[in-house]
Write a protein that binds this ligand. Structure first.
Ligand SMILES: C[S@@+](CC[C@H](N)C(=O)[O-])C[C@H]1O[C@@H](n2cnc3c(N)ncnc32)[C@H](O)[C@@H]1O
Length: 252
């Protein structure tokens, strides 16, 4: 099944340009690639400090909740230091197969320390992968960085086998005022201050991290884009309002 993209459609990026980090929308890609390349060696350290339950164990549980199981072929996109791919390798075992992909070579070098999976430098908007070959596409905490939701989701849909599933883990701006202010204080003030121990760029990465969450499109827009891209049984679940797990299926 191939759904045609409306040629008059306006691309939907997950958040508007953030001028405190880059001047124009067209400069976002190079800003994102550079900041991840420059801070890759510190990514796991920062992630572990900040953790908030978003570590490898949380990722493994989320994969299991999404029905990822032994023997599956998994494509983990935006793998970074392979925290999702590590968990996926454990679950699919020797019968299965995991492949990782990321825009940042620096992040892939870090990931290589933890997985035996093949890792490719590429962009999710144009996957170097054949149609209909994977059982699951997984994406951890990177949706805020893509250029256009529908272009990205259509690529995921294309590479999935019929019946295949997509799992996206992402942070969401909490709807309760208390949760929003608590999260903002911790993630926008405390975490960047701690990250500063690893240098100025690590601090900027973590400030950018919260600013993209705060400015991100709402979950409804993400769910709509999944449906528009051909996915079925699209759902969002989450914990603490801050964590979202989007699950979507390609029809048989
Ligand atoms: C916050 S890290 C997430 C890493 C990992 N998935 C995790 O769960 O920890 C985001 C990663 O997405 C990558 N990325 C951002 N935009 C991308 C794109 N358009 N295509 C491929 N990778 C991208 C970045 O290079 C970075 O490594």
């Amino acid at each position: 099944m191939e759904l045609k993209m409306d040629p008059k459609r306006t691309p939907v990026s997950p958040h508007p340009p953030l001028p405190q980090y880059y001047e124009k929308a067209k400069d976002r890609r190079s800003f994102v690639d550079r900041i991840f390349d420059d801070t890759a060696v510190h990514y796991d350290w920062i992630n572990n400090v900040m953790s908030l339950g978003s570590g490898v164990a949380y990722r493994r549980d989320a994969l299991l909740r999404a029905g990822v199981e032994s023997g599956m072929r998994v494509l983990d996109v935006c793998s970074g230091s392979c925290q999702v791919a590590r968990a996926a390798e454990e679950i699919v075992g020797e019968e299965g197969w995991v492949s990782g992909l990321d825009a940042s070579m620096g992040m892939l070098f870090e990931g290589r320390k933890f997985v035996s999976a093949p890792l490719t430098q590429a962009f999710v908007e144009n996957l170097p992968i054949a149609d209909g070959v994977v059982d699951a596409v997984t994406m951890g905490y990177a949706l805020r960085h893509v250029s256009d939701l529908e272009t990205t989701f259509r690529e995921y849909f294309r590479v999935l086998k019929p019946g295949g599933r997509l799992l996206i883990l992402e942070f969401t701006k909490p709807s309760s005022r208390l949760m929003f202010h608590t999260s903002r204080f911790y993630l926008r003030r405390v975490v960047p201050m701690v990250a500063r121990l690893k240098g100025r760029k690590a601090k900027t990465l973590m400030e950018y991290f919260w600013d993209t969450i705060e400015n991100c499109v709402p979950p409804e827009t993400i769910l709509e884009a999944l449906v528009a891209s051909g996915f079925e049984n699209v759902s969002r679940s989450g914990q603490n309002q801050l964590f979202s797990e989007y699950l979507a299926f390609k029809g048989e």
